[in-house]
Ligand binder design. Structure first.
Ligand code: IFM
Length: 400
């Protein structure tokens, strides 16, 4: 596979996902809508950032920050409201979104599935309909969205399996290890089918998965904890990449390290407590872990796209420092030989953060949830400076 000739050599962009920013107007009930209605999240997603109606304004703001790429997701429940029935208006909406990106000089990266599933898919990824319908959706989208060269079939299949089927805090709220394994495999099967469907229509498209990769550290320097950390790495990080089959790039979503103790392994999650200063998500900040995750990802000998990395904070100097430190770690990994072709900050806009609702603020751009007014945050200057340094032909035009 070759890097598309018309794409920038390095994609420096921001990421969002449909359910987290679009808003529920027009309504698009999916499994998360039901979860919110059942009171399982801090807030309902509601109007979110109303990105469905304001994407043109938002893409222009991303461009203002210097972004040359934008990763967003296509909402399956909008595109296929009933099995086999595609909604032409939803398809047209995404065509317009892609055209807007192109007009702004922003390379679109489209994610087909970012956690949410249509309510008609009873059993979720374990439904016998899941893989064939996902394949048909991939074919339909590849035909319609001819401006998209970069595709991510599925976002964080390991996280969906862990949260929905082990921890049980996400839909469908189960605690069944066997089901978690089957759900992970079902998503990887759906990826392979979607990969083949997209490549059939667009052989030169770059298609991959956004993998959540955690830097597992031993809680203590004992042999047992080191083994436990290595095992967590094999199960959570490496196994999904190996089992996924064809991928033109390795998508890396990296946020934080986790400390693993042999004593608490698997009860209930893979991880032990998190020491040290943390973000508003309770996650430690570890750019060196990022470098190591990138070095490990480069062993798969594919171009790497950092499909997500970012911080939830209200302290803008902390956000700027996070971006600068992770940029330095990425550049170090590049010097050490990792073929990294892109970085997407999570998130372009303050977003609905699943169970945590609207409390954590990941965005480079704040969204007033009452007026929907957008304000570029001070921490975004670190992203804009990165863009100015590596994309001199199109310098960011931040307002003073
Ligand atoms: O908001 C999420 C996103 O949906 C998937 N990756 C992690 C982000 C921050 O938690």
């Amino acid at each position: 596979m070759t890097w598309p000739a018309s794409a920038p050599p390095f994609l420096l962009g921001v990421a969002t996902s449909g359910h987290q920013v679009d808003g529920n107007d027009p309504p698009a009930p999916n499994d998360w809508t039901l979860w919110e209605e059942a009171g399982r999240t801090q807030d309902p997603s509601g109007r979110a950032a109303d990105h469905w109606h304001r994407f043109a304004e938002d893409v222009a703001l991303f461009r203002l920050l210097g972004a040359n790429a934008y990763r967003f997701s296509l909402e399956w429940s909008r595109l296929e409201p009933a099995p086999g029935r595609f909604d032409e208006e939803a398809v047209a909406h995404y065509r317009e979104m892609v055209a807007t990106c192109r007009r702004e000089g922003v390379e679109p990266l489209a994610t087909m599935s970012h956690f949410t599933l249509p309510t008609w898919l009873h059993g979720g990824w374990l439904s016998p309909l899941a893989a064939p319908r996902f394949q048909a959706l991939a074919e339909r989208l590849a035909r319609s969205l001819d401006g998209v060269q970069f595709w991510c079939t599925i976002n964080e299949p390991n996280v969906l399996a862990l949260m929905g089927y082990v921890e049980g805090t996400w839909p469908p709220g189960q605690h069944r290890l066997g089901a978690a394994r089957r759900v992970l495999l079902a998503q990887l099967d759906a990826h392979r089918r979607a990969y083949a469907a997209i490549k059939e229509v667009r052989p030169r498209a770059m298609v991959g998965i956004a993998h959540s990769l955690v830097h597992f550290r031993p809680a203590r320097s004992t042999w047992w904890d080191r083994q436990a950390a290595a095992l967590a790495d094999r199960i959570f990080n490496q196994w999904p990449i190996r089992r996924a089959g064809p991928q033109d790039f390795i998508g890396v979503n990296y946020y934080a390290p986790r400390w693993v103790s042999a004593k608490t392994f698997g009860r209930p999650a893979l991880t032990g407590p998190t020491p040290g200063p943390t973000t508003d998500m309770g996650w430690s900040i570890d750019p060196e872990g990022f470098r190591q995750v990138l070095a490990a990802a480069s062993r798969w000998e594919r171009p790497i796209l950092v499909t997500e990395n970012g911080i939830a904070t209200d302290d803008e100097s902390e956000r700027a420092a996070y971006i600068e430190q992770h940029r330095a770690a990425l550049e170090r990994a590049q010097t050490e030989g990792a073929d990294i072709r892109g970085y997407f900050y999570w998130s372009g806009l303050d977003n609905f953060e699943w169970v945590e609702g609207y409390r954590p603020h990941f965005g480079l751009i704040a969204v007033d949830r009452r007026t929907q007014a957008r304000t570029i945050k001070a921490g975004a200057a670190a992203f804009a400076a990165w863009a100015a340094a590596i994309l001199p032909a199109a310098p960011p035009r931040l307002p003073r």
